[in-house]
Design a protein around this ligand. Structure first.
Ligand code: FAD
Length: 404
């Protein structure tokens, strides 16, 4: 695609987004405003519903998927232009759905034609909510130690075991998960990747209550759960390869590898407001310097992701970078929010306005939430330490000391 054609496409995208994205959805996306797809989808406003339906009908809820599965059929350059324009106009993502971000891309890569037909269209229509069943009570970072089994019985698998830390398991329709199908094989080689409906008999979902009093985590128990063999994605005992690919998509999504999508938190605006307000006088030069270095690191990070995109487009292998980007973005986010917290002082630690001495603004409460979430980003999808291990082995080619 020539540069002229791409610029023409950019103009069309901008015009379409401007005409179709409601003004109310061009604001930072807060936790409670997220629209999760699925059979129980809840739109909090007509605008949210209209925006999702328009994006869905245009194929831009999954812009780079084939049109036959409800995607937009965009090539990587066009997809990137769409993400850039959405960011410029501050358009929110119309729904959040693990199907689109994680499972769909691996079904496109590893699934049979029947599986693509069965699973992809409901995803692009936002009708099914998926959750991820990888972690187990004794298998987190060391995921290949997982013990949930799937035993072949005629044309079915029978599943027994449990998954933990399953985000939003109690609000999901279906789960994709890793199961042990060959206990005699070495750890990674006896694992398969399956999908199943959470309403099946034998599935028991228990929310996990956290210290805050609420949580999105669940533990899911499987007791003699029967699923058809056709729910196996990829080869039998080949699930580790599928999972590694899925984790790359997860890390890419988490690190905003594409530098696209909706803005979620206006860090710079908050910093400016505080520095220019009465609190600004108390901010030390060391803290100012740290805030500026965070801004510079963020800028450098975005330039690097852009460079990686160009390298990928030129045919270079950039797959190992997903871990680097996940690591850098998670650590950078923690550092930046820590700096802002130091700048805001106690006003950055508002929990709610019930029974407090002073009122916190909505923005301050959103900040505290964001600061707390930043701690989890360095754990979910593989901890920062695990990303460093992957980088040392796959990117730098250092020896695997654990294997010795
Ligand atoms: C917000 C959030 C959402 C999540 N959602 C899901 C979900 O939907 N589905 C799901 O399956 N899981 C989910 N998880 C679980 C997540 O994948 C695990 O928490 C993560 O993989 C770490 O595993 P663990 O908690 O068992 O910690 P552990 O593996 O016990 O690790 C404990 C500490 O030891 C360090 N460590 C462990 N091994 C090594 C090593 N070899 N080298 C160096 N350091 C090491 C870790 O970095 C960590 O600091 C979620 C977690 C969070 C925080």
């Amino acid at each position: 695609m020539s540069n002229n054609q791409l610029e023409e496409f950019r103009a069309e995208v901008r015009q379409w987004l401007d005409a179709n994205c409601p003004q109310s959805l061009r604001t930072p996306l807060t936790e409670d405003q997220i629209v999760w797809g699925g059979s129980h989808v809840e739109f909090q406003s007509d605008d949210q519903k209209i925006w999702f339906e328009r994006m869905r009908d245009k194929g831009w809820f999954a812009p780079d998927w084939p049109k036959e599965f409800g995607g937009g059929g965009l090539n990587p350059d066009e997809n990137r232009v769409l993400e850039q324009e959405m960011r410029k106009l501050r358009c929110r993502v119309p729904q959040i759905n693990l199907g689109i971000w994680m499972l769909g891309p691996v079904v496109l890569e590893f699934g049979t034609e029947e599986q693509k037909k069965e699973f992809l269209l409901p995803m692009t229509q936002g009708k099914v909510r998926w959750c991820q069943g990888f972690s187990e009570p004794n298998a987190g970072s060391d995921l290949a130690s997982l013990k949930t089994t799937a035993v072949l019985d005629g044309d079915d698998f029978i599943i027994n075991g449990s998954k933990i830390w399953t985000s939003h398991g109690n609000h999901s329709d279906c789960i994709y998960m890793l199961v042990r199908t060959d206990p005699a094989a070495s750890k990674q080689e006896g694992i398969s990747f399956v999908v199943l409906d959470l309403k099946l008999p034998g599935v028991n979902i228990k929310p996990i209550e956290m210290i805050s009093g609420s949580s999105h985590f669940c533990q899911i128990f499987f007791d003699q759960v029967r699923i058809p063999k056709r729910n196996l994605i990829g080869p039998l005992n080949g699930g580790w390869t599928v999972a590694k690919r899925l984790l790359q998509f997860e890390r890419k999504a988490m690190s905003k590898f594409d530098d696209g999508g909706a803005p979620d938190f206006d860090y710079l605006a908050l910093v400016k407001r505080y520095l220019q307000g009465p609190e600004g006088a108390h901010v030390t030069s060391a803290l100012k310097s740290s805030i500026v270095s965070g801004l510079m690191a963020d800028h450098a990070y975005k330039l690097t992701t852009r460079r990686a995109f160009e390298e990928g487009r030129a045919g270079m292998n950039v797959s190992g970078l997903a871990s680097s980007f996940k690591y850098i973005s998670a650590e950078l986010e923690k550092k930046r929010l820590e700096d802002v917290l130091n700048m805001m002082g106690y006003r950055g630690l508002g929990w709610d306005n019930e029974g407090g001495y002073e009122e916190f603004t909505e923005e301050e409460l959103a900040f505290t939430n964001r600061w707390l979430i930043s701690k989890t980003i360095a754990i979910a999808g593989g901890t920062s330490e695990i990303q460093l291990n992957i980088i040392s082995k796959r990117v730098l080619g250092l020896p695997d000391w654990e294997a010795k």
